[in-house]
Design a protein around this ligand. Structure first.
Ligand SMILES: Cc1cc2nc3c(=O)[nH]c(=O)nc-3n(C[C@H](O)[C@H](O)[C@H](O)COP(=O)(O)O)c2cc1C
Length: 180
């Protein structure tokens, strides 16, 4: 796939209406290749926890107990959606006490993530980055093993590309550029 095609045709897949399976070998290859992302000081500030298909239900129960406390319907709908996925990635960034380095770490993670989403798309694996409010919940962080010096920046839902892919939301390609 041409890089330009990958960039313009990749979409966030948001419909999980059938049981999905992905190629875990292709996933691991993409996870490793994506580390060629730029990162200042070679701090490689990313950490990924892979939740494989057979562990999705357990993960959903552990997380939703705290994410949706006393909301059994939301817990069930999380379980129903998540267990259809082909897998899920917990995305973690190394926090830095220094302001500039911390910013660099988070920006570097974004470059890693875009590499990853494009490589997975090329390998036939769909993605959607999810950043629900509960990524800040101390108890959710704890069940996912996020350390005190790390930020949980979301979940990457892994899907096949067989379902409905949403249409592209148009971008404003001119208005954000001005001449100095
Ligand atoms: C940092 C980040 C967080 C996101 N969080 C969510 C989210 O919580 N829920 C969601 O449905 N999509 C989320 N998305 C996906 C965007 O909403 C999606 O990229 C946008 O709708 C444009 O669609 P496209 O990726 O198909 O071009 C997130 C994307 C990014 C980069």
């Amino acid at each position: 796939m041409e890089l330009k095609d990958a960039i313009t045709s990749r979409r966030s897949v948001k419909i999980f209406d059938h049981d999905m399976h992905i190629d875990d070998e292709a996933l691991y290859e993409a996870l490793k290749l994506s580390t060629d992302a730029p990162n200042h000081g070679m701090r490689e500030p990313w950490r990924i926890v892979h939740v494989s298909k057979d562990r999705l239900g357990d993960m959903s129960r552990s997380v939703s107990r705290f994410a949706f406390r006393n909301e059994p319907e939301k817990q069930q709908s999380h379980f129903d959606a998540v267990t259809k996925l082909g897998g899920l990635l917990v995305m973690i960034v190394k926090r830095d006490p220094r302001q500039k380095e911390n910013l660099e770490n988070h920006l570097a993670f974004g470059t890693y993530a875009q590499n990853l989403m494009l490589l997975l798309y090329e390998a036939g694996i769909g993605t959607c980055w999810k950043s629900p409010e509960y990524i800040f919940s101390p108890k959710v962080r704890k069940v996912l093993g996020v350390q005190a010096d790390e930020d949980l920046v979301g979940f990457l839902y892994l899907t096949d590309l067989e379902g409905k892919i949403p249409p592209k939301k148009p971008r404003h390609t001119e208005s954000f550029i001005s001449e100095y």
